[in-house]
Design a protein. Structure first.
Ligand code: ADP
Ligand code: MG
Length: 268
């Protein structure tokens, strides 16, 4: 098993006590698997992923449970060990790539920087690698695009750049938090295709966070449904769609927009 999360509790102290944003959450991700965590806004998906990545903002903290990644205990890692792990074994992409890209540097320089933080290679070699990575994520004319600034690219292209940066370290696990939510439907489909292809080519596992069960059905092997900080259902994607057990999941399924709004043809 690549990632094991067992009884995870994550809390935020607030004036009137504590908010338990993640409450006794357990799931596993195996090598090369795409696991989706789905749930409405505020259900604890992002806090779960930030807990795994060791990126919780103070005073948020893991209050209980176990997390093991590639045999290593995550809960007791030092900040330095976490930084090394994030660079080498796990990477994360977010909904809005503009917030993670630095607006004042060319994207080529940012990828070069990401490569050179983790590996001792020359700038020239890193640039060649950066161009290869951009090609791999489907950016046309990467030799020219490395000189672009983030604002010169579309949202979809920026998300591809973020994925390229995440791939720079050949992670075993990519955590993608609503990676397509800010994109329009066509671009969304292209990014999902890309994630699927990368999984096939690299055998990287993906923890895909989304509020959209349509996205889940497109790409995931297995799905964990979260509601109010808890896991309410976990299943193979096919099984979940055929036979949702939890009323909340049923509600989510009903909210998937359909091409035809003819009730007689509804599947759910
Ligand atoms: P989502 O499923 O939309 O990603 P989040 O994981 O971001 O949801 O948030 C889950 C819950 O955690 C929120 O509803 C909120 O109550 C709580 N939470 C998140 N961040 C903080 C914070 N910094 N301080 C207090 N509570 C927080
Ligand atoms: Mg979120």
């Amino acid at each position: 098993m690549l990632l094991e999360v067992k009884n995870l509790c994550t809390e935020f102290p607030v004036k009137r006590g504590v908010v338990r944003a993640v409450d006794d959450v357990s799931f596993e991700v195996s090598e090369g698997e795409i696991l989706a965590i789905v749930g409405e806004s505020g259900s604890g998906k992002s806090v779960t992923s930030l807990s795994i990545m060791g990126l919780l903002a103070e005073p948020g903290h893991v209050a209980g449970g176990e997390m093991t990644f590639d045999g290593k205990d995550l809960v007791h890692l030092s900040e330095k060990e976490y930084r090394e792990m994030r660079g080498n074994d796990m990477a994360m992409i977010f909904q809005e790539p503009m917030t993670s890209l630095n607006p004042v540097y060319r994207i080529g320089d940012q990828i070069v920087e990401a490569i050179r933080t983790h590996e001792k290679v020359s700038k020239k070699e890193a640039l060649t690698r950066a161009i290869d990575l951009l090609r791999k994520v489907g950016i046309p004319s990467p030799e020219a695009r490395v000189r672009d600034y983030p604002h010169q690219m579309s949202g979809g292209m920026r998300q591809r750049v973020m994925i390229a940066m995440a791939l720079a370290c050949n992670p075993k696990l990519l955590i993608a938090d609503e990676p397509t939510t800010a994109l329009d439907v066509t671009i969304q489909a292209q990014i999902l295709d890309l994630l699927r292809r990368l999984r096939e080519d690299t055998d990287m596992a993906v923890l895909l966070i989304t509020h959209d069960l349509g996205v889940v059905s497109e790409i995931a092997d297995r799905v964990v449904v979260m509601y109010c900080g808890q896991v309410v259902e976990e299943a193979e994607v096919r099984l979940l769609f055929d036979n949702p057990m939890h009323p909340y999941t049923l509600g989510l399924l009903k909210s998937i927009p359909r091409l035809e709004d003819d009730d007689s043809k509804r599947l759910y």
